[in-house]
Each structure stands twice: as C-alpha cells, then as structure tokens.
Design a protein around this ligand. Sequence first.
Ligand code: ZN
Length: 321
Amino acid sequence: MFSSKKRVPAAFAATVLAAGAVTLLGGSPAIAAAGSVECADVHSAARALPGSHGKEHNELSDAEVARMNADLLTKVKQQASARTDLSALATGGTINVVFHIVQNSSGTGAMSDATIAKQIKVLNDGFGGAESTAAANTGFKFVLQQTKRYTNDTWFTSVNPDDANATVERDMKSKTRVGSASTLNVWSVDLPDLFGFATFPNSYKSAPEMDGVVIDYDTVPGGVTANFNLGKTLTHETGHWMGLFHTFQGGCSSTNDGVADTPAQKTSTSGCPEGKDTCPAPGVDPIHNYMDYSYDGCYNQFTPGQNTRMQSAWTAYRSGK
Ligand SMILES: [Zn+2]
C-alpha cells in the first residue's frame, strides 16, 4: 500500500485548493463526491466474525456511504476555502478517552485499570503506526481521562446495534456519556455475536448522546475470545469513529471505501490469508488493515489515505466541537 512511515497532512486539502473540484480515484484524495444530503440518522458500523456469526451488522448502503462522503467533502471544501495556511490542517492531536466498564450483578465484565491501560496502549500503537513500517502515523494520541464503572444487568447483556429503537443503548449512553464531540467514549459490555460497533463522526450533530464506541468486554487484551483478544477491536471501531469505512465497503467498485490507497476488496477477511485478492483492480486485499475483519494478530496498519480522511473528518466534525 505504501512503503514508508509518514504523515499525510495536506494532500487532500491541497487538491481541493488547487483544483477547485475534487475527484477521487487514482490520486491521494480520500473522499468520494456524491449527492449533498445531510445524514440525519445515526450511522454505526461494527466488527463481526464474517460468516460464522451470520450477517455483518449495520453495513452501510451505497447511498448512505455516498451521503456521508458528500457531507464530509462539503465540510472539507469549507475548511479549505477558509484556510490560508495549509499547515493548519489537522495533523493529529490529543483525544481524551472515557472508559465505561459495565459489569453484571455476578461481576462478569469487570475490568482492571491495568487492562484498560493495555487497551489504551494498543490504540496508541495502532494510530501511531507502531505495528508496521508500512503503517501511517496519524499523530493522534489517546489519553485516558476517566474510568467509570457500573453494575447493570440490562446494559451488560442487552445493548444491540440491530435494535432499531436502540432502547437499551440509548438508556446506557445518555445516562453515562461524558464530554464533547472530541471525547472518545468507550463502553464495554457483552455484545451479541459481534465484537464492537461505533458511530460515525457525522452523526454527532443530530445525536450527540449516542456518540462513541461499544466493544465486547472479551476483546480487550487478555480477553477469552481467541484471535480477537489483543484489543484491536477498539482500534477498528475507533477508525469508524474517526470516519473510516471498512476496506471492503463498496466491494470491487471504483470508489470502494473512498480511500485511494486501500486496494478494492470484494469480501471481508477471516483469519490472515496472505495474498488474498478478490478484485480485478490492482493490489491484493488489504488484510492487514485495521478496517478489515482479519484476526487481531493480522492487523497492523492504517494507510496514508485513511489518515488523510481521518484528519479531514476530525477537523470537520470533532475537533473543538
Ligand atoms: Zn467495522
């Protein structure tokens, strides 16, 4: 995908400024142009076991992806037109994290401060590009601001992103969420058949009380879920929270995930099948990318294009908001 560790702070905005119009493929811009409808509903995306646990949860339709891309593009253009100094584009920053540990009345789900610290380190390793020489260093640093603990059997067992009314999720989040759009709230519960799910940054404006990431308590470092217990579910979900789609979003289409340097990918990945290649377009499937569904031990990178998209989304939806 690329060969050296580097930041990509200004490639996209530079293209906007220089060209006045943005196109997508074949270059560094990371965002696809499409309609111009603002999303009003909450979008979330999840990490699930492909195949064995049935359907993928809350996959986004092409139309939803197009709307989200268009909204981000509009905001990036606004940023660019208001900016006289390209260096003002975000190059990471400190993100405060609030961890909400939910356990049931038997104590299942309890998590030590040491485990939380390990989880935060995994997150920082991922966003810092520490796991591969091919990984982007996003410059984002996650700092644990607060840990909150709750005993609640309903919250622990009944948060489910497939619940259209999100009754339990809303109850839990609205009573506990801390901070602003730039605060990463993480809830740890027992999820049904999936490892985690997250809201996208464009959803904050219409539903700030729902904003954040939910993970299954077994996915943190030392959890019992084999191949998914190194803490990288939180890295994946935080990627969504920062505005990234799955690398297999859009399949083999020309726009696929809206990021030019993640090769097109028809299907999500199970395990770590080196050389998997499911689309005719150049490049093998990005199985080591945090935004695929591969094993935790297979994950090792975000790409420069994903970094650019995250910086743009951070500035558009979260930083200072
Ligand atoms: Zn996901």
